[in-house]
Design a protein around this ligand. Structure first.
Ligand SMILES: Cc1cc2nc3c(=O)[nH]c(=O)nc-3n(C[C@H](O)[C@H](O)[C@H](O)COP(=O)(O)OP(=O)(O)OC[C@H]3O[C@@H](n4cnc5c(N)ncnc54)[C@H](O)[C@@H]3O)c2cc1C
Length: 383
């Protein structure tokens, strides 16, 4: 059994997302980039539009749509070159909501999911620490049992939605006598809990409209009912949810590349050099041919992965290939398109400059390209 979406409904929904982006995001995005954060009310607006966590079941306040609808949102924000909004939405809708849906207790699902669909509650996931990124077994944040409660101490960094979040999925060690893989637990921590604080909004080279922060936990007391999934089984939850996260990043990478390529087609057809449009020069033609081929091949592969995901057969090695290939490709495309814009490509006024800086993080978060190669090699060599 699979759950493929009706194509006509999907395209209607896509038109709505595009319209919203054109009318509400485009006119404001430059100001948000300068502020280095988009306003909190935008989350409520996105919820009212029905763009958050669209594939959460109706019993938890969602629309019960298929995964493809959620990916339409990711695709269109990426294609329009508004990754500073699309990235935070993906963390909220495609990561945190699904952690809760797939691993939460009934009480946790009822408490958080309806408000996450409406945008009243913004989610973040806090794995990375100053001393532990790729190697999550090195996490040093602890949660110690105290009666019926747990006391969390530690700090996290680079957390998307760090400034706006209302609930954070926190990765903490609950058993220091065993390996991190066996002694780690996830906790749902409300941002108004005593002892929780946000650090500054970190200054990044790209994705300026999104907020990325350090988070601090100083004797944060939470009840045992705040555990997400099972005690000491946090790694299993993380591993189980990573496929969706990496697939969503891949889909965003391909859509962003398609978007910037189209913008560059328009540019090279208009910009004149030596008495003719740039598109008449053989270098431009060949470069565009190479980039378009690169994008098309990745589109085919990512679409195949999306179908496997919906059917429930997407494996770790394959999704890692998609993340590696599509995000590396996105960077090649952004760089190639910027070059074809000449000096204008280096100006913030031109979208291609933003596509270039925003693309760079795609090879790092959600597991670096090197970690993807590690995972792919394991699956290839074990065959
Ligand atoms: C804008 C932004 C948003 C982010 N959002 C979040 C978030 O919401 N939540 C969250 O928890 N984290 C988030 N992160 C953190 C991100 O996931 C990490 O930065 C990433 O996993 C890499 O970890 P690190 O930075 O500690 O680098 P390190 O792990 O220190 O890696 C440094 C280098 O060593 C390489 N390396 C490490 N291990 C290996 C290996 N085994 N083999 C080969 N090479 C290796 C890496 O590939 C990299 O090139 C975000 C980061 C950024 C910049």
């Amino acid at each position: 059994m699979n759950n493929f979406a009706d194509k006509a409904e999907l395209e209607l929904f896509r038109d709505n997302v595009k319209r919203y982006i054109k009318e509400q995001v485009e006119p404001n995005y430059e100001a948000w980039e300068k502020e280095e954060i988009f306003p909190r009310e935008v989350w409520n607006q996105l919820g009212e539009q029905g763009f958050l966590a669209v594939d959460i079941p109706e019993e938890y306040g969602g629309y019960g749509s298929s995964f493809e609808f959620s990916m339409v949102v990711a695709e269109e924000f990426s294609r329009a070159n508004f990754g500073g909004l699309g990235g935070p939405m993906m963390v909220h809708s495609d990561i945190v909501c699904h952690y809760i849906l797939n691993n939460g207790s009934e009480e946790q699902k009822q408490k958080y999911l309806p408000k996450m669909v409406s945008g009243e509650c913004v989610g973040a996931v806090a794995m990375t620490e100053p001393g532990a990124g790729s190697d999550l077994q090195g996490v040093r944040t602890t949660a110690k049992r105290d009666g019926d409660d747990y006391i969390i101490n530690g700090s996290k960094t680079f957390i998307t939605n760090g400034q706006h979040c209302d609930v954070v999925v926190v990765v903490a060690r609950t058993n220091l006598d065993v390996s991190g893989a066996k002694g780690t637990t996830l906790f749902l921590v409300d941002a108004d809990t005593k002892g929780f604080s946000r650090g500054r909004n970190l200054e990044k080279i790209g994705l300026h409209a999104s907020d990325t922060s350090e988070l601090f936990f100083e004797d944060v007391r939470v009840p045992a009912s705040a555990i997400l999934g099972q005690l000491d089984a946090g790694f299993a939850v993380l591993m189980g949810e990573l496929q969706r996260e990496r697939l969503a990043l891949s889909i965003g990478a391909v859509a962003a590349s398609e978007g910037i390529l189209q913008e560059t087609v328009n540019y090279v057809n208009e910009r004149q050099a030596f008495g003719a449009p740039l598109s008449k020069l053989q270098n431009t033609r060949f470069k565009m041919a190479e980039l378009a081929t690169d994008v098309r091949i990745n589109r085919a592969f990512v679409d195949e992965c999306m179908r496997s995901f919906v059917e429930g057969s997407l494996d770790v090695g394959t999704v890692s290939m998609a993340k590696l290939s599509s995000t590396e490709m996105q960077n090649r495309v952004a760089d190639g398109c910027l070059q074809l814009h000449g000096g204008y490509g280096y100006m913030r006024e031109y979208g291609v400059s933003r596509a270039f800086v925003d693309a760079r993080i795609q090879r790092i978060y959600g597991g670096t390209s090197e970690i993807m190669k590690e995972l792919i090699s394991r699956s290839v060599l074990s065959q």
